[in-house]
Design a protein around this ligand. Structure first.
Ligand code: MG
Length: 159
């Protein structure tokens, strides 16, 4: 077993629709970023790369690379899962927490879980996404930004 941790934070834009956990979430603008700004997926990617000993998201997908500009982060996650599998690992489970004052996420968590599980190639029961607020403190608490953290557990594939 190998464990990895990931963290990401993105500022909200003024417009667009929030992409989080691979789905569109109404009632909040898009997150700023080189890709689609899906900070939850980015945290999961870093957790997977960390568990596999493969560095971080910036090493694999450098910001400013025109080929990943505006890219659907599910595509980045799919590529990272492929890399992890090619190194002889299998995703055992993922746990994640989103910290955001807006929008209300509770009703969207099951759809995020399903979307992430599809990209990860695991049953939905192997993925858990939680949401909390920052109690109105700091940049997260004013609704200026959204943060996510994730933990990934990988199993060595039996040869
Ligand atoms: Mg990011």
């Amino acid at each position: 077993m190998r464990i990895g941790i990931g963290y990401d934070i993105h500022r909200f834009r003024e417009s667009g629709t929030l992409r989080l956990g691979g789905i569109e979430v109404p009632d909040a603008p898009q997150l700023d970023g080189h890709s689609d700004g899906d900070g939850l997926i980015h945290a999961i990617i870093d957790a997977l790369l960390g568990a596999a000993g493969e560095g971080d998201i910036g090493r694999h997908f450098p910001p400013g690379d025109p080929s990943t500009e505006g890219i659907d982060s599910r595509e980045l996650l799919t590529r990272v899962v492929r890399l992890v599998v090619s190194r002889g690992y299998r995703v055992h489970n993922i746990d994640a927490t989103v910290v955001a004052e807006r929008p209300r996420l509770a009703t969207h968590l099951p759809a995020m879980r399903d979307s992430l599980a599809r990209c990860l190639g695991v049953p939905a029961s192997s993925v858990n996404v939680k949401a909390t607020t920052n109690e109105r403190l700091d940049a997260l608490g004013t609704g200026e930004a959204l943060a996510a953290m994730a933990v990934a557990l990988l199993e060595e594939e039996v040869p």
